[in-house]
Every structure is written in structure tokens, then in C-alpha cells.
Design a protein around this ligand. Structure first.
Ligand SMILES: Nc1nc(=O)c2c([nH]1)NC[C@@H]1CN(c3ccc(C(=O)N[C@@H](CCC(=O)O)C(=O)O)cc3)CN21
Ligand SMILES: CC(C)C(=O)C(=O)O
Length: 313
């Protein structure tokens, strides 16, 4: 698969100041200053004209500022979230079941991740884009992880990568960070291990809780800039968030993490079939899009589309 290089993830689309919902959101809440000039609530809503960086993420934890993250798998949807001021987007391997029609995240390939990450980078100018390392692209060891991450950074232009695992992924995270690639870690439920873990809540019981804490400290020590906590008890997630100096990004981890992430097809009501209980649906796009398709079909069948204004002579 050929992927068009899009260059490093820098602001490549300069929008005129004041244009678009993002700058409106950024300035309406604050007046004028941005993260670059020390605005205390700058992460959500964007920085103004440049990409969010991992340094902005660290600064947000020091200010006690919470932030939202959504997944995105295509340029158009990503541009909507960028304009809405979502500061961090994850090109998650949930694209497997949410975009590519697989049952799980397990079959997703590095080629697929690279192609869709490049699309999300092209569709955005403000958000930090995090590309997921898919199953099989980093488990062999740090060198394989570096080779895979380099594709996402150089070919797709992501600003950071994510990989699953705590202590077991310490060496991979360390080499990537030493090589100049910011890493978001992911512990608790790690869906690439569905065949061994299932989709059960993790960290229940004293022993499992201690392991989760060790995993959290291991990824922080390895140099991760943030860590996803998936499907863990809220009390444990709160404790991890207190003891770490890097931000925690919760999904099914209760209200006390530094950030929250949702799979966008779940929150937008597009996901086909069952949605995890921890998710919240903010709009029903499946119904809206289905209604639009049915209306179009009825008008074609009934001969009422196209009309004069859609017609050339
Ligand atoms: N659509 C979608 N949403 C997600 O959040 C998501 C994906 N896909 N794919 C990748 C991973 C897999 N995730 C999942 C998948 C299933 C459950 C689930 O069925 N959880 C049970 C709780 C089980 C328990 O109580 O131990 C639930 O009812 O939510 C949770 C997370 C989260 N991610
Ligand atoms: C659920 C999130 C954290 C994820 O890993 C994904 O979307 O792949």
C-alpha cells in the first residue's frame, strides 16, 4: 500500500484568524490568550494557530485541567472534531471493528493504520494526532516497535503513537521516547489481548490493583507522556491519577482521570450492535443518516429528485 507522505505533524493548514468554530471556541472562552501565552484553560478549544504538543498535555495536568479525546479514522470526521476544539485525536485500532468491518482490533495492519492516520493528519490543523500501533507491530521487541512507529511518524505525520501494555512494554516505550517519538501507553483492558483477557474489568482485587499500579509506574518511568486506563474500577483509576505525574486518559475508568476518551462511533450513535456500558451516546447519527438515505431513495423512486435547481440545460 502506498501512502502519500504528508510531512511532519506541523500546522500545515493556516486558517485566517477568527475563521471557523475552533478559533471562535478558543477566543470566546478566553478573550484572546492561548496556551502559548499562558491561558489557564487553553487545551480544550485549541491553541489558536498551531498544533497541540505533548508539552501542552503535560502543562494541562499541572494546571489541573481536564481534556477530551476522541477517536477518528478519516479526514472529514477529524476536521469536524478539529473545528469543535477536540485537542487530541486517536487514530485507534478500534478502526478494526468501528471502521473497517472486522470483529475486533486484532486483524488491523500497520498499512491500514498508516493510511488512515495520514488521512486524519490531513484533515486537521490543531489537534495532536496519536496513531495506534496495531497488534503484531511491536510485540517482537523495541526494534520492531521503533520501525513500526517510524512509519506512523514519517509516512502518516502523527505527533505521537500509542501502544498497549505496562511492564511488558517498558523497553519498547523507552526506545521510542529516546528516539524522539512521544508515546501514549495503554493499560487495564488491552483489547489486542482479547483472546487471553476477554473484555472484562481489570484491576479488581488487591493483587490485580497492585499490578495495575506497577504497570502505570513502569510506563511513566519508561517515558510515556500519558497513559490510557481502560475498564478499571474508578477508585483505582483515581489512585493511579494521583500517584502519576503524567496524565491519565480514562475509558470506563470513572470520573477522576485527567482526560476522557471515547470511540467516536459510540458517542455519535453510529456503532452497529452492542456498545460498551461506559460509553455515552451524544447524537444518533445512525438514525439521521438512515433517514436521509431513505428520503433520497423515496425521492428518486417517486421522481421528485432532482428538481430544477439541481439541473443544467
Ligand atoms: N465500539 C467500540 N467501543 C470501544 O470502546 C472499543 C471498541 N469498539 N473496540 C476496541 C476496544 C474494546 N473495548 C471494549 C469492548 C467491550 C467491552 C465490554 O463489553 N465491556 C462490558 C463490561 C464487562 C465487565 O463488566 O467486566 C460492558 O458491559 O461494557 C468493553 C470495552 C473498548 N474499545
Ligand atoms: C478505546 C481507545 C482507547 C483505543 O484504544 C482505540 O480506540 O483503539
Amino acid at each position: 500500500m502506498t501512502v502519500q507522505p504528508s510531512g511532519a505533524q506541523q500546522p500545515h493548514v493556516e486558517r485566517p484568524a477568527g475563521a471557523g468554530a475552533l478559533s471562535a471556541a478558543a477566543s470566546s472562552t478566553t478573550g484572546a490568550p492561548t496556551a502559548a501565552t499562558g491561558n489557564p484553560k487553553a487545551l480544550y478549544g485549541g491553541t489558536g494557530t498551531r498544533r497541540i504538543t505533548v508539552h501542552d498535555i503535560s502543562a494541562a495536568k499541572e494546571r489541573g485541567e481536564k481534556w477530551p479525546m476522541l477517536t477518528a479514522y478519516d479526514a472529514m470526521t477529524a476536521s469536524v472534531f478539529d473545528e469543535a476544539g477536540i485537542p487530541v485525536m486517536l487514530v485507534g485500532d478500534s478502526m478494526g471493528n468501528c471502521h473497517l468491518g472486522y470483529e475486533t482490533t486484532v486483524p488491523v495492519t500497520l498499512d491500514e493504520m498508516t493510511m488512515l492516520s495520514a488521512a486524519v493528519v490531513r484533515g486537521t490543523s490543531r489537534a495532536l494526532i496519536v496513531g495506534d500501533l496495531p497488534f503484531g507491530s511491536y510485540q517482537e521487541g523495541p526494534v520492531q516497535a521503533l520501525r513500526s512507529a517510524m512509519r506512523l511518524v514519517k509516512d502518516a505525520g502523527v505527533g505521537a503513537v500509542k501502544l498497549e501494555g505496562g511492564e511488558r512494554s517498558h523497553d519498547q516505550i523507552e526506545l521510542l521516547v529516546r528516539s524522539g517519538i512521544p508515546v501514549m501507553a495503554h493499560i487495564g483492558l488491552t483489547p489486542q489481548s482479547v483472546n487471553t483477557l476477554g473484555y472484562r474489568v481489570q484491576g479488581r482485587g488487591e493483587e490485580a490493583a497492585q499490578q495495575l499500579l506497577r504497570d502505570a509506574k513502569a510506563v511513566q518511568d519508561a517515558g510515556a507522556f500519558a497513559v490510557v486506563l481502560e475498564l478499571v474500577p474508578a477508585e483505582l483509576a483515581a489512585e493511579v491519577t494521583r500517584v502519576l505525574h503524567i496524565p491519565t486518559v480514562g475509558i470506563g475508568a470513572g470520573p477522576d482521570t485527567d482526560a476522557q476518551v471515547l470511540v467516536y462511533t459510540d458517542m455519535a450513535g453510529l456503532t452497529q450492535g452492542r456498545v460498551p456500558r461506559f460509553s455515552k451516546q451524544y447524537v444518533n447519527l445512525r438514525r439521521a443518516l438512515g433517514d436521509a438515505a431513505r428520503e433520497f431513495a423515496d425521492e428518486v423512486v417517486g421522481g421528485t429528485f432532482p428538481q430544477e435547481e439541481h439541473t443544467f440545460h
